[in-house]
Design a protein around this ligand. Sequence first.
Ligand code: 2NL
Length: 336
Amino acid sequence: MIEKINQALAEAGAKAAAAADAAAVEQIRIDYLGRNGLFPALSKEMGSVPPEERKDTGRAFNTGRNKVQELIDTATARLASADGGSGEAIDLSLPGRRWKTGRKHPITMLADECVAIFRRMGFIVAEGPEIEDIFHNFDALNTPQDHPSRDPQDTFYFNDGRILRTQTSPVQIRVMESHEPPVRIVAPGRVFRRDTPDATHGMNFHQIEGLYIDKGVSMADLKSILQTFATEMYGPKVKIRLRPHFFPFTEPSVEYDFSCIMCGGKGCPVCKHSGWIEIAGAGMVDPAVLKNVGYDPEVWSGYAFGMGIERLAMLRYRIPDLRLLYENDVRFLEQF
Ligand code: 2NL
């Protein structure tokens, strides 16, 4: 008899541990404690137990029955906590939590828009590695050995001599190395410069560079795509101007400005009362760069330009401080 009780207890324990829902637990209660269950049946058998065994058998019976009840209670609590913590009933009338889907970052939005504008003008997108070698980032671009941009104070170097690219030009070098002209590409992406971050400078920023190599390309072609870009990006009233400059990889080189997007060129704090905003640099690709990638400079010529995406985004969305773009504060990001 005691053996039967212990066996029933072991079975009920295994079933209770395996029970996956409230119905399974209730079935255990019916099978063992219910009116036609095992324990009431055992109770009836008590009469046939010899008198000298009755005391121990009765004690085993009571302990067994209580244990089964305990098993049922534990299983019920376990299931309750699995579907909602404290086992309290779930209030189905409460409103659901809104799912935040997120959106594109303003830098991505601006980069996409630049790419779309240049694609409409026949450019295709090229991409390349952020970790570069000295050849593609500096040597091929005709950068002198003693140029300050090569200094470890300005460029991030790895121990093996590789670097984080300082511009996306190496992407364009790679395309020219592997493709015959004509070439008409834009290279958007993240670039890295060793700087102390402030309102207009960070340790990395995003750039889009363009390159067009063909027969008989001139500065007039460069000017026209820069004007078209300005019009598409900031509207029909925006003018451009080119100023002489120097880059090792272009000759002649220019910096170019857009007429101030905030004041329309009349003068305001954003353009420092000049009416113009400096956008970036450009020029005719230096013959030395063409030679470095195996193009004949007597046959081919072309222009290249580069601009900072953060700068374009700040003007487009009137963002006063570059650092806002990197803090990932949702209150800022959800405005775009
Ligand atoms: C700037 C100026 C510039 C280029 C980038 C370039 C690329 C090749 C050959 C020649 Cl492969 N030039 N890129 C040219 C002039 C200016 O960027 O201020 N960027 C933010």
